[in-house]
Design a protein around this ligand. Structure first.
Ligand code: ADP
Ligand code: MG
Length: 271
C-alpha cells in the first residue's frame, strides 16, 4: 500500500463568517451567539420580521456597529480583533478602514450627500483614498453612473432626483471602491411602488454580470426568491431557517417561517 495523500477537499475560506456573535444595546440582546458563513460569490437574502436584527448584521459588517461578543471574519481575517506582534487587540481605526474597503453598502434612505452632485457623491470615496487622481475618480464615477442608467444626471444634486434615481446613485457610490461584498438594506422600502422596478433591475444586472458576494435584506419576497442562491430567515436575532429559496418559499420546514410567509402573502405580496 502506497502512501495515501489526502485529496484536496477544496476547502474554501468563507468570505464572511459570524462566529458566536452577540450584540446588545444596554440590556437588550439583538443578536445572541449568532453563527453563519457565506461563500465567495454567494447571493444571500436575509428575510424576517422587523426588529429581527437584519440591519444590525449588515451594520456590523460595514463596521458601523461593534459586536458585544464573538467574532466576525472577512476572508478569514477578524474584523473586530487585530493581531499585532502575536498579541490581540481591538481593531484600530486603520484596520477597520482596510477591512471596510472590501465592502459596499446601500441604505434604505439613500444617505447621499445633499450638497454634492451625483458624480461627486460617487467619486468621493475613491478620491479620499488618495489612490486616484480627480480626473480618474470622475471618469470612474461617470462609468458607474452610466452603468445604473444615470450618466445624464451626473451634474444634478440629489434634491433634483427621484427616489429611484437617488437609490441608483447610491448603488453606483457603493461600487466605487470595487467592493467584493455588497450589502443592500431594504433599498426599495422608501420608494414609491412605480420606482421599485428600476432599482431592482440594476441589482439583477449586478447579480448576473459580476461575481460579487451580495447580502440583501428585503421585504420583497418575490425578488428575494429570484435573486438569492440562499435565504436566511431571522427571528429575534436567530436564524430559524437557512436554505435555497425554493425550499424556504415553497416548502419551509418551520412553523415560524410558514406563519411569516402567510402574513406576507396576506399583505398582498407574490411569493
Ligand atoms: P431589522 O433590520 O431586522 O428590522 P434591526 O437590526 O434594525 O432589525 O434591529 C433589531 C433590534 O435592535 C430592534 O429591536 C431595534 O429596535 C434594536 N436596535 C437597533 N439599533 C438600536 C440602537 N442603536 N439602540 C437601541 N436599540 C437598537
Ligand atoms: Mg432593518
Amino acid at each position: 500500500m502506497g502512501l495515501r495523500v489526502a485529496p484536496d477537499q477544496g476547502v474554501q475560506v468563507p468570505i464572511v463568517e459570524f462566529r458566536e456573535v452577540g450584540k446588545s444595546y444596554g440590556t437588550f440582546d439583538v443578536l445572541n451567539q449568532l453563527s453563519f458563513s457565506v461563500k465567495p460569490g454567494e447571493r444571500l437574502a436575509l428575510i424576517g420580521p422587523s426588529g429581527s436584527g437584519k440591519t444590525t448584521i449588515l451594520r456590523i459588517l460595514m463596521t458601523l456597529e461593534t459586536v458585544t461578543s464573538g467574532n466576525v471574519f472577512i476572508n478569514g481575517i477578524s474584523l473586530n480583533r487585530e493581531q499585532i506582534s502575536g498579541r490581540e487587540f481591538s481593531a484600530s481605526e486603520d484596520h477597520l478602514r482596510r477591512m471596510r474597503a472590501h465592502i459596499g453598502m446601500v441604505f434604505q434612505h439613500f444617505n447621499l450627500f445633499p450638497h454634492r452632485t451625483a458624480l461627486q457623491n460617487v467619486a468621493l470615496a475613491p478620491l479620499l483614498t488618495g489612490r486616484m487622481t480627480k480626473a480618474a475618480a470622475n471618469e470612474r464615477a461617470l462609468q458607474l453612473l452610466d452603468k445604473v442608467g444615470l450618466a445624464s444626471k451626473a451634474d444634478e444634486y440629489p434634491a433634483r432626483l427621484s427616489g429611484g434615481q437617488k437609490q441608483r446613485v447610491a448603488i453606483a457610490r457603493a461600487l466605487a471602491l470595487q467592493p467584493n461584498i455588497l450589502l443592500l438594506d431594504e433599498i426599495t422600502s422608501a420608494l414609491d411602488p412605480e420606482l421599485v422596478e428600476e432599482v431592482l433591475n440594476v441589482i439583477t444586472d449586478l447579480r448576473n454580470e459580476t461575481d460579487m458576494t451580495m447580502l440583501l435584506v428585503t421585504h420583497e419576497m418575490g425578488f428575494a426568491r429570484d435573486f438569492a442562491d440562499r435565504v436566511l430567515f431571522f427571528e429575534q436575532g436567530k436564524i430559524i431557517e437557512d436554505g435555497p429559496p425554493k425550499t424556504i418559499f415553497q416548502s419551509p420546514h418551520h412553523e415560524r417561517t410558514k406563519s411569516f410567509l402567510r402574513k406576507v402573502i396576506a399583505a398582498g405580496q407574490r411569493v
